[in-house]
Design a protein. Structure first.
Length: 178
């Protein structure tokens, strides 16, 4: 066994990424404070062919060196937009047929392992502020809430870890299990 060299990984270049079919998925970052978390989400979105990232409220935007530090250039490849009003963009996505999925601990949330996706549907995953969670104003707009089961003493995961788990789960259930 040996580690593969970068040139052996057969990764897409920027042009290839732009032209490859993306997953039916957008990510909304709702008032995320940490620029490093934002960069990590860009890098994970690149890995799992997310269609677009919507940066909402106070969420920082590229270009920024702290976003670049963890995105490693993915912020230049993954499409993104900034929206000051998350409620407006959530309502727009709903009108376009997206299923709005909050990733949050809420009454009535569905454990991730019990959630299944319709591979032909379009999804918008919302990840909320590191302390406050998703904005209260959008709670009435969500179609479902997914919670990642946890078994230790802490009650939450870092936003970048949560996004990684969610994007892998979506990719696994819609692309790999055909």
């Amino acid at each position: 066994m040996r580690k593969l060299r970068v040139e052996e990984l057969n990764r897409l270049d920027a042009g290839g990424y732009e032209n490859v079919k993306k997953n039916n998925l957008v990510v909304l970052l709702d008032n995320i404070r940490s620029l490093n978390n934002i960069g990590s989400v860009f890098r994970t979105a690149d890995a799992f062919l997310v269609d677009k990232i919507l940066l909402c409220g106070i969420t920082g935007c590229p270009p920024h060196r702290d976003i670049h530090k963890t995105a490693l250039g993915a912020e230049n490849i993954v499409k993104w937009e900034h929206h000051s009003n998350i409620l407006a963009i959530v309502r727009q996505l709903k009108s376009e047929g997206y299923k709005i999925i909050a990733v949050e601990q809420m009454e009535g949330s569905i454990m991730l392992n019990d959630f299944s996706y319709d591979k032909d549907s379009f999804y918008a995953f919302i990840f909320g502020n590191e302390v406050e969670g998703i904005s209260d104003e959008i709670v009435g707009e969500i179609d479902a809430c997914i919670e990642i089961p946890q078994f230790g003493t802490k009650h939450s995961l870092n936003i970048s870890v949560t996004a990684g788990i969610m994007l892998w789960d979506y990719f696994d259930k819609t692309n790999l299990r055909k």
